[in-house]
Ligand binder design. Structure first.
Ligand SMILES: C[S@@+](CC[C@H](N)C(=O)[O-])C[C@H]1O[C@@H](n2cnc3c(N)ncnc32)[C@H](O)[C@@H]1O
Length: 268
């Protein structure tokens, strides 16, 4: 929660707002769940509200969409960014504990399932809050080797700072294969599960931009650990990362990363 409160403004500006890189999935997710006029939707772990906003444009005045997230900063940005819309609202709620007095036609959850300490609790909770005719739509990142934006740095940094990612932190790619994602959703009781794979491009610019912006945008505790490395170790780390990214650089030295994303839909 602390990290998301700190990161939310940068996250919104760099990624979510402009539908960059993996956020090309927002459109795809909404197409797959196909909300119609009058649908009542919950966008769980809505962050700054990108998916929520897209859904609100489909459900019309008779429909409604609620964005729910634990980060107060993200909710604040989401409200600010969507203030002219009357068919949506944002609330602070935990995915593992929320409860609403109404049941939903659709529940979406983009890039958050892997963060929930107990994903089963969250999924069972989604099912409890879904109409029997309802459906869910969930987007997750693919396996780390299919998302080199993350792995080029993370695989290198752990050679220098083995506990860079604190022990016990859920892996970003823990549902990054079709079978792992399907198994988790099926275990929570959902049926008619379909998983589609997408590969989006993301260009962070030349290597120097990638490196500089990674450090600028990463959460403060991680940035502090990188800064504490010392000049020579940091240079070594930077070289190693550069080597890993070279395969994605074109003739103009612009890096273009592929980014694998899985989008699942399932019925109650
Ligand atoms: C990568 S962001 C995705 C946000 C949004 N769905 C999007 O596509 O831009 C992950 C979000 O999950 C939220 N989150 C993490 N754990 C949560 C929990 N237990 N309950 C609700 N939200 C949570 C974070 O606050 C953050 O906003």
């Amino acid at each position: 929660m602390k990290i998301w409160n700190e990161v939310a403004p940068r996250y919104h500006k760099r990624w979510a707002k402009g539908n960059r890189g993996p956020f090309q999935s927002t459109q795809r997710l909404v197409e797959l769940i196909s909300p119609t006029k009058g649908s009542i939707v919950l966008d769980l772990a809505c962050g700054t509200g990108v998916v929520t906003k897209e859904i609100s444009s489909k459900v019309g005045k008779m429909g409604f969409v609620i964005g729910a997230d634990t980060s107060t900063t993200a909710i604040k940005i989401a409200k600010q960014w969507n203030k002219e819309k009357s068919n949506l609202d944002f609330v602070n709620a935990d995915a593992e504990k929320f409860s609403f007095s109404t049941k939903f036609d659709i529940i979406t959850c983009q890039y958050a399932l892997f963060f929930f300490p107990n994903a089963q609790n969250a999924l069972k909770n989604m099912r409890k809050n879904l109409k029997k005719t309802g459906m869910i739509g969930i987007s997750v990142h693919g396996r780390k080797e299919k998302v080199p934006f993350f792995s080029s740095i993370l695989d290198s940094v752990t050679k220098f700072i083995p506990d860079y990612v604190p022990p016990g932190t859920p892996d970003l790619d823990r549902f990054g294969t079709k079978s792992a994602l399907r198994a988790e959703i099926s275990k929570a009781g959902f049926s008619k599960i379909t998983v589609k794979e997408f590969v989006f491009d993301y260009s962070p610019g030349k290597f120097e931009d990638y490196w500089k912006n990674y450090i600028k945008y990463v959460a403060k505790p991680l940035r502090e650990r990188l800064n504490a490395l010392g000049q020579s170790k940091r240079k070594e780390l930077k070289e190693l990362v550069k080597e890993k990214t070279s395969q994605y650089a074109n003739n103009n030295e612009e890096i273009v990363f592929p980014w694998q994303v899985l989008i699942l839909t399932a019925k109650y």
